[in-house]
Design a protein around this ligand. Structure first.
Ligand SMILES: *[C@@H]1O[C@H](CO)[C@@H](O)[C@H](O)[C@H]1NC(C)=O
Ligand SMILES: *[C@@H]1O[C@H](CO)[C@@H](O)[C@H](O)[C@H]1NC(C)=O
Ligand SMILES: *[C@@H]1O[C@H](CO)[C@@H](O)[C@H](O)[C@H]1NC(C)=O
Ligand SMILES: *[C@@H]1O[C@H](CO)[C@@H](O)[C@H](O)[C@H]1NC(C)=O
Length: 434
């Protein structure tokens, strides 16, 4: 954090003594406070059938949310990786969007330097490539001990390596020192690894990244949710109000870069992208089908704009609400599921979450199933409220000065029975005039 203080001092000096000149020339820090970009993690592994047009549809939705680039998570075991990377770069160039490769080191390894270098050499100067400080961004999932120096030397254009470090203390290792910064995957409440701890999310990991990176570029991660139910991984992280809380943390921490986890990882239930008719199904349709998350993009949009402008709070231009809730209370036993309930669910509350996006204060009323309606006063701006989940339909109303300004029913009925466990959430929005 020391450099931030220095930077604040430099700004102060420059404004008090204009003749002091551009402080960045003296301290070399100014570029660190500008160029805020937001990316989204994109799983190439499920879009082996994509055509150029499919990429453009996703990119248009991302652009209208304020997202600058996709981090293309790819595996070398997928034979279509070269084809899909080529299509993604081509689509990005055509629609003025950006992409960069995020090598998934669950599949790549430290011996893949030649192939990784070949990819960087192929795409570093592509018009679709995301550049940062004049260099082509490249990132990873895990891959903590990969040495970036040979890739840098083997690529004729500068590269900007932001590998994922599973532990921020690794920033002092020789491998991490070959990088330009680091990306955190710790976007949910955890004590590290995949340990599950109670919410709400804190910034303890971000603080450690700032400390160990000591001024190098920090790419923080933002995610709205996490629930997965494969036989190889079956747990939830305690997210609840995370869709807004995490952005509030970003607005106060102001990391150099933000990557949203994720655009289309249905398997872990943290997708914010639109329904993709042409993605393949790894089994996650069991919990992701008919569970839209599109309204999270409406919620994210003003936060992204605020993060980029350096504002400490989002600006709301239109009254709206965004709600999310699970299909069943956590205690319901599902009758057709041999896998058992995911780990971590005992720490969840049975709640309906509502983010009000308001131009001025109002009253939110939620009727959840047969529970009595609950009314809360909500301020202008974005506020997440919750009420106790009741089985049945969900109704949302916002009134101001005796007038109903927003009213509608949730898109999913909460049930007290189930065949398979599903701790994903249904996300919807209610705008004026609907
Ligand atoms: C999606 O897949 C369909 C076939 O299922 C194909 O005809 C189409 O070209 C693909 N892309 C788009 C954008 O529809
Ligand atoms: C990386 O290796 C894969 C598998 O051998 C190959 O298909 C691909 O073309 C290589 N990429 C580059 C850029 O050389
Ligand atoms: C629900 O809202 C109350 C305030 O009304 C708050 O104390 C509590 O932490 C919230 N619960 C969750 C899970 O966010
Ligand atoms: C499951 O719950 C829904 C809603 O409460 C109810 O309509 C339906 O009959 C229930 N199904 C079974 C098999 O109990």
């Amino acid at each position: 954090m020391f450099w931030r203080l220095l930077f604040a001092l430099a700004i102060t000096l420059a404004s008090v003594f204009p003749a002091f000149g551009a402080p960045e020339d003296v301290l070399g820090l100014a570029s660190q406070s500008t160029d805020k970009y937001v990316f989204a993690h994109f799983m190439v592994g499920i879009v082996g059938n994509y055509q150029l047009e499919d990429w453009k549809i996703d990119m248009a939705a991302a652009q209208s949310t304020g997202i600058d680039a996709f981090a293309l998570n790819c595996a070398n075991i997928d034979t279509y990786t070269p084809t899909q990377l080529a299509l993604a770069y081509e689509a990005a160039a055509e629609v003025d969007f950006k992409v960069f490769i995020s090598f998934d080191f669950a599949y790549w390894n430290n011996g893949d330097t030649a192939n990784i270098t070949a990819y960087m050499q192929q795409y570093a100067t592509h018009p679709g490539q995301m550049q940062y400080k004049g260099a082509a961004i490249v990132s990873t999932f895990v891959g903590d001990s990969f040495n970036w120096n040979p890739v840098r030397q083997g690529t004729s254009h500068p590269i900007y390596a932001l590998p994922n470090l599973q532990d921020p203390a690794e920033a002092t290792t020789v491998a991490a020192k070959s990088a330009d910064g680091a990306f955190s995957w710790l976007a949910w409440p955890t004590d590290g690894g995949n340990s599950i701890i109670p919410g709400p999310m804190t910034t303890v990991w971000d603080d450690r990244f700032f400390r160990f990176l000591n001024g190098k570029t920090y790419m923080a991660s933002v995610s709205p949710w996490f629930s997965t139910h494969f036989n190889t991984k079956n747990w939830v992280f305690i997210c609840e109000n995370l869709p807004t809380l995490r952005w509030e943390q970003m607005l106060s921490l102001k990391p150099d870069l933000v990557e949203i986890i994720s655009w289309n990882d249905y398997g872990e239930s943290h997708y914010i992208g639109p329904s993709e008719p042409n993605h393949s199904d790894d089994g996650s349709s069991q919990w992701a089908a008919n569970m839209p998350h599109d309204a999270w993009r409406e919620l994210y949009k003003p936060y992204i704009a605020a993060y980029k402008s350096g504002a400490s709070a989002p600006t709301v231009e239109e009254d709206k609400l965004v709600y999310w809730y699970r299909p069943t209370p956590k205690g319901v036993v599902c009758t057709g599921d041999s896998l058992g309930a995911p780990s971590g669910i005992s720490m969840l509350s049975d709640s309906i979450f509502v983010a009000t996006m308001l131009t001025s204060p109002a009253t939110l009323t939620v009727q959840s199933g047969n529970n009595s309606p609950v009314s809360v006063s909500v301020p202008a701006g974005i506020t997440t409220s919750n009420v106790t989940m009741g089985v049945g339909g969900q109704w949302f109303t916002v009134t101001r000065g005796g007038q109903t300004i927003l009213s509608g029913q949730g898109g999913l009925v909460v049930k007290d029975n189930c065949t398979h466990y599903n701790f994903n959430v249904y996300v919807g929005s209610i705008s004026r005039g609907f």
